[in-house]
Design a binder for this molecule. Structure first.
Ligand code: SAH
Length: 232
């Protein structure tokens, strides 16, 4: 069963974009996942193919119309489609590795990319859109956010990452930031690889990595230490 992504956008040419190369690109070619980029404008009905209008109540910018978006969503995700419907939105719940894992375990996702000031609230309410944010900053559109979300999901699909173990040791998977990495050369600009890592003592290495992880998390993301680990 492959993961099916449908992306609703005014800029379908942005897809697969970065997801057409490397691991995600190979997985796309192999059919591990599929991507359908749907032009929202195709669901406009007037001569000018209008998708947006001025905000009710006044104010700057434009708002994406509920009727046009609803037609696009109903086309991409007819009743009975088990895939969650996501709206990329700075007002959404911040994306977490836990949510990424859930999505990767499911049948796919229908992803609406906003533009302008955002979308008419009624389409969010009637089509049950789950608002998802990729961080506390404002993008010019939902497309880069959708690419980020899909990148995170696709790398977890079975067979996409060569070394499956590495996925479980990443930052956030155990509620901690990852330890530092080293590789050859043994000495770089006068700095040696930490002794313990070349000791061959796997128990000591694991303990050192754990300590480093805890130290980094304490320093940079103390907020994570209060949270529940995602695995085990
Ligand atoms: N007026 C809105 C911002 C609109 S930005 C507000 O103040 O909340 C235009 C579009 O970019 C949004 O509809 C959304 O789809 C996307 N976007 C912007 N920032 C985002 C973020 N941090 N995460 C996810 N999507 C984002």
């Amino acid at each position: 069963m492959s993961f099916a992504a449908s992306v609703l956008t005014l800029y379908p040419e942005m897809f697969p974009g970065a997801l057409g190369v490397s691991l995600a690109g190979r997985a796309l070619e192999a059919g591990t996942w599929s991507l359908d980029a749907i032009q929202i404008r195709d669901f406009a009905t007037d001569k000018h193919r209008t998708v947006d209008d001025t905000p009710a109540g006044g104010g700057a910018g434009m708002v994406m119309r509920a009727d046009v978006l609803a037609r696009a969503i109903d086309h991409a995700s007819p009743p009975g489609d088990a895939r969650p419907r996501l709206l990329m939105s700075p007002r959404g719940k911040p994306l977490t590795q836990a949510r990424v894992r859930e999505l990767a375990a499911g049948p796919g996702a229908v992803i609406l990319c906003g533009r302008f000031e955002g979308v008419d609230q009624r389409v969010i309410d009637t089509r049950g859109l789950e608002e998802v944010s990729i961080g506390d900053f404002i993008l010019s559109g939902g497309e880069p956010a959708a690419l980020v979300l899909l990148d995170a999901v696709v790398r977890l699909l079975p067979g996409v990452m060569g070394n499956a173990v590495s996925g479980e040791e990443e930052s956030f998977e155990n509620g901690l930031l990852e330890h530092p990495h080293y590789t050859r050369p043994q000495e770089f600009e006068g700095r040696e690889i930490p002794e313990v890592l070349i000791s061959g003592n796997h128990k000591k290495i694991a303990a050192w990595r754990r300590e480093q992880s805890e130290r980094l998390t304490q320093e940079r993301r103390p907020d994570l230490l209060g949270a529940q680990p995602l695995l085990k």
